[in-house]
Design a protein. Structure first.
Length: 257
C-alpha cells in the first residue's frame, strides 16, 4: 500500500476517536505462543516498541525421538500505523510493564497524549492513533463473471478518520489467478471524484477500466481466464486495504497446443 508521508498530530483539544492499527508481525511457519504487544512510545513519538516473541517445536524423529522447543525472543519497533520498522533477537522476552487500563478487548500498556498501545485480547498487538482514515463502502474483495470485453469498475470510499484525507492519486493493476491464464489483462484508472482533500464524513469514487482482451489466449478448454484487479491509493492514511475484485473471464480464445 502506497501512502503519503503522514503528519502526525498528537496535541490539542481535538476529541479523539483514533483507529486501532494492528502491530504487523509475521513469524516463521509453525509458530506457537505468539505474543505481539506494544509496551512504550519512543521519544520521537513516531514509533512504538514492544514484544514479538514465539516458540517452535520440532521432532528429532525415529524411535524414542522427542520434541525440542526453540524460543524465538524478539524486540520489535513499529510506526504509529502498526507497520513493522525493526526486529532484533533478544535473550528473553521483552518484559511487559504494568497495564494502565483495560478498554474493551484492549489491554493498554502505553499512553502518549491521545494515542495508546498494548495488546488486544483477540490475539494481536495494537496502536491507537489519531489519523486520517478511509473505508471502502463498495464491497471489497468481491468476485464477478465477465465477458471477454472491457469492464468498468467503480469503487467508492468514505473518509472516516479524525482528519480530512489527503488524496494524491490512484493506480490499478491486473492480476492472474490459476495456471490457465497467460496474462492478467490491463487495468487503468480512468477518473476519480476524489479531490486533494476528502473531508471527514464525505465520500468519493475511483473509476477503473479493466480490459481482459489483452489476454491473448487461455489454456482452459472452456475459454476461461481467471484474473482480478488491485486498486491502490496514495493518501496520508495509515495501513489500509487495497480494493480488489476477482474475475472469471468467459469467451477467451483457447491457446493452440
Amino acid at each position: 500500500m502506497k501512502r503519503l508521508l503522514p503528519i502526525l498530530i498528537l496535541f490539542g483539544s481535538h476529541v479523539a476517536n483514533a483507529y486501532e492499527f494492528k502491530l504487523q508481525f509475521t513469524p516463521q511457519g509453525g509458530a506457537l505462543g505468539l505474543n505481539v504487544a506494544g509496551y512504550q512510545f519512543n521519544a520521537n513519538a513516531n514509533t512504538v516498541s514492544g514484544d514479538c516473541s514465539y516458540y517452535t517445536v520440532t521432532s528429532t524423529g525415529g524411535r524414542g525421538g522427542h520434541s525440542v522447543r526453540t524460543n524465538h525472543y524478539n524486540a520489535c519497533t513499529w510506526d504509529v500505523y502498526g507497520n513493522l520498522v525493526s526486529m532484533a533477537p533478544v535473550t528473553s522476552p521483552v518484559p511487559a510493564p504494568a497495564q494502565i487500563t483495560v478498554n474493551g478487548t484492549q489491554i493498554v500498556y502505553a499512553v502518549l497524549n491521545t494515542s495508546t498501545a498494548g495488546r488486544d485480547s483477540r490475539g494481536f498487538g495494537f496502536v491507537n492513533t489519531l489519523s486520517s482514515h478511509y473505508s471502502w463502502t463498495t464491497a471489497n474483495s468481491s468476485y464477478a463473471v465477465i465477458p471477454y470485453a472491457r469492464f468498468p469498475i467503480s469503487a467508492t470510499l468514505v473518509s472516516d478518520g479524525d482528519f480530512p484525507l489527503a488524496f494524491d492519486s490512484a493506480g490499478a493493476t491486473a492480476t492472474i489467478s490459476g495456471l490457465v491464464t497467460t496474462s492478467g489483462g490491463k487495468a487503468s484508472v480512468v477518473s476519480t471524484t476524489c479531490g486533494s482533500s476528502v473531508q471527514v464524513g464525505t465520500g468519493c469514487t475511483v473509476n477503473v477500466s479493466y480490459d481482459p482482451t489483452a489476454i491473448a489466449c487461455t489454456a482452459s478448454p472452456y475459454g476461461y481466464a481467471y484474473t482480478g484487479i488491485d486498486l491502490s491509493l496514495v493518501t496520508d492514511a495509515g495501513t489500509t486495504t487495497d480494493f480488489t475484485e476477482g474475475f472469471t473471464v468467459t469467451g477467451v480464445p483457447i491457446c493452440d497446443d
